[in-house]
Design a protein around this ligand. Sequence first.
Ligand SMILES: OC[C@H]1O[C@H](O[C@H]2O[C@H](CO)[C@@H](O)[C@H](O)[C@H]2O)[C@H](O)[C@@H](O)[C@@H]1O
Length: 607
Amino acid sequence: MPLPIQEYALIGDCHTAALVGRDGSIDWLCLPRFDSGACFAALLGHPEHGRWLLAPKAKIRSTCRKYREGTMILETEFETEEGVVRIIDCMPVSDERWDVLRIVEGVSGDVTMRMELIIRFDYGSIVPWVQDAGDTLLATAGPHTLELRTEVPVYGENMKSIAEFSVSAGQRIPFSLNYRPSYEACRGDTDPEQALKVTEAGWREWSGRSTYNGRWSDAVARSLITLKALTYAPTGGIIAAPTTSLPEQLGGVRNWDYRYCWLRDATFTLNALLLAGYHEEATAWREWLLRAAAGSPEDLQILYSVTGERRLEELTLDWLPGYGNAAPVRIGNAASKQFQLDVYGEVMDTLHLARSVGMESDLAAWGIQVALLHFLESNWHLPDEGIWEIRGPRRHFTHSKVMAWVAFDRAIKDVEVFGLEGPVERWRQLRDAIHAQVCTEGYDAKNNTFVQSYGSADLDASLLLIPQVGFLPADDPRMRGTVAAIERQLVVDGLVLRYSTGTNVDALPPGEGVFLPCSFWLADCMALMGRREEGEALFERLLALRNDVGLLSEEYDVRGHHMLGNFPQALTHMALINTARLLSIPIQQATCVHETAERPAAVTRAS
Ligand SMILES: OC[C@H]1O[C@H](O[C@H]2O[C@H](CO)[C@@H](O)[C@H](O)[C@H]2O)[C@H](O)[C@@H](O)[C@@H]1O
């Protein structure tokens, strides 16, 4: 059984990423990119599905770990009966090669160590042919080769590569695992100590550029680094999470592949990066978006691969039992074929924000935006699958319609503020028509609450975003009523469910954890409504759920006290950054909204 989700830490090179367990085992790694087949898939099965263990053989008394400040370099320290040993793990960022670097450092005593390398390409299904080539161990199968370099002797045993060695205080023993296509020449060795130095300097330089200097700077810094690590450097695409099929319900079927770029998630993420001053990432993402969205607006997908590929066929891997037997394990994502209205609003909002914070205006972007709006004009009235990507029948989701309003609202502001050209009068009429429709069809006057979808009495935590996008101020009585209803019906032990899965709206068996981004959104609403102390208390509670290295998954099981769902998740870390920002500025500024229902200042002002 793999470790509890919160016992993993992330290392990455902005092309792909690995999960390193507290026990020293890398249980998840896809190469050469985030969505490639995994060569270590023990996370979704057993060690025999691939992993790389590097840990003391001696009895472990305690383990503690941390990231080196401002970096993605992980240090795991094991205290054993024989002494203390530290493992330094990282993936040097490079466009030319893919390496996982592990340095074993003796801290005190003489500690006996064990390395166990089990390479299984294609998600644990292919045993490679392993050759000893002197100072290098070569593992090849089809298109893939992994090369292990280390000074300690390695031997084969039961289809595993094993090393046992001892490390004494002050000694450093490097291990490097390099990936290359098997048909290409060996790229040669790198100096591990030098690679570590360069990697550390690179991450520190990047972190040092953050403009956030509020109360929660450590938590925000770790979230920003995590978001950066989920960015695919060659294209600027940002993935939702580096894993597939970590279950939203233990033993359940809510298991999805998140190793793709959702317009929604990437847009939220980008807002967080932009507001912390990371304009380069914003520019790269805008270019990624323009390439991905190029073509007919009606063909816009809600998610793409990191390079913008569209066919993400959903398959199940029946040889993998799944994390804690939560089957099926899925790769690909059928949501790519869904119609989700909200993404139009999210894209328009981000591009508007990009202009507002001074990113150079791009005429090609505006051309695509106008085409998207043209499509939206004749499609906003249709039912859709909504923000939660339900797999049941389409509905008129209130949040989707609100986001259609956002799309026209931001386009109008782009014309008014930046002098861009468009049929602004027609857009104004549409904006007003959508607003009026939402306030009648999406609002239940009897219970004084907005509802999940037109005609339904159910609630939905996506409604908490209404003030953030500027549709209505947080202190509007209808919004106060909605927050109160959500607190009554969707809050479990202080944290927020995204909706009631018992209604079968998503056509899946009921039951999942509380949704962490929605819990941050509740804290935002509290802050915007003048309930700042409650908002802060909820934010602190959420921060306390982070694991020992500051990472969060998508969901949380309040009864079992463990994380659920893919990990670490960009949407959650983005929500954390946004809430920290909101709570870091003076109350007056946070709640200030224009009469025309502008976004709250806190959500638009770069710090
Ligand atoms: O709950 C069903 C859906 O779950 C996934 O979607 C969720 O993750 C997305 C990526 O973070 C997010 O954008 C969406 O709002 C979430 O509901 C899954 O990817 C879908 O295939 C699935 O239908």
